[in-house]
Design a protein around this ligand. Sequence first.
Ligand SMILES: [Zn+2]
Length: 418
Amino acid sequence: MSWARAALILLVLGAGAAGILALAARAPAELRAATPESGVFAAHLGAEFSDQQVARHGAYRRSSYVGLALGLIVQLGTLLVLARGPIGSLVERLAGLKVPWGLRPSLIALAVIATLLVVTLPLGYVGFEIGHAWGLSTQSVGGWLVDRLRGLLVSGVMGAIAATAFSVLVRWQPRTWWVLGWIVFSVLAVLLAYVWPLVVAPLFNRFEALERGPLRDRVTALAQYAEVEVSDVLVVDASRRSTIENAYIAGIGDSRRIVLYDTLISGGNEDEAAFVVAHELGHQVENHIGKNLAITVAGLAAGFGLLAWMASHTALFSWAGASGVGDLRALPLLLAFVIVVNLVSLPIASAFSRRFETAADEIAVQLTGDPETAVRVFRRLAFRNLADLRPPRIAVWALFSHPPIRDRITAATGGAAP
Ligand SMILES: [Zn+2]
């Protein structure tokens, strides 16, 4: 396939997907503007939501499900187009220019990743506009574009490292590359978990220590009660992008920290923030980061095993004009393989994640002894973040990293309203 033909197909793919999302995301202005009246966070309401609230959140979430599906289609379509010629001719051009062999995997990876970024840009822009239409986004177009460039930098570096490591291994050990690949990529996953909060996250946000005061004292007390080492508790300037409220725990060893969104702190009272910290401490008590890494390592074993089996079928690669798995022309197909494997294993990863979240909620209620605040926090997060209040069962099964809000409320109250 010629460059011009490939560019035309990619243009239609990118613009078409954006158009479909824009159509699918249409919602009546009065539904979008129907912000909930005060008092909806009240704990006595339990897991009760009005039909209008369910419809409003459902309308917003439907567009994000459609956006997710379209994003996958665009990425896979782009990779298949790149595999059918453009990357092959780029590989030949690099060889013709006598570019050193060791640099070629990085350059090919960068070309693939940059193309993916450009083709998914219209779809991402529609997503950005949807965030504004629903009052969630606080970002300017310029800020959003700068974020895309930072994303390109991060995925470009990661892609270049991965492509180089993989190519070197296949070339060096043509028979056992997949065992070595599993080991090397497992080590890279652990390294990434360590450096992500130190190097990657600060590219996108500013982090500050939670200031001294009653909340910090409560965090220290909760950590002592939970018998975990009090890690850094940081506040991130999430409000520069959106009104979404969240918190997370990241890092391993001395890079481990609990991060609270500034929107979460300014959006509620101290009890509520303390409950969220208790939930994050729950993750730490149960070592969920370590367990997630173990799941990743197991997943990599399965992925490399499957890839080794596929590598024995060279016909799969000749479709892309490649001689085998180690040929750089196969790189778009390898990335497509990673996307498909991640997609297929998503229900398993989501099921593990929901278990971990349930456990963290349970510990948070135990630590705070305050199920009423738990319910208020869950309701608040549901309304502020426009969570799907009555999600389709298949969406929960495939995508939900957290149990649906109703289930979290029911679990916190032991099945009854507090
Ligand atoms: Zn959690």
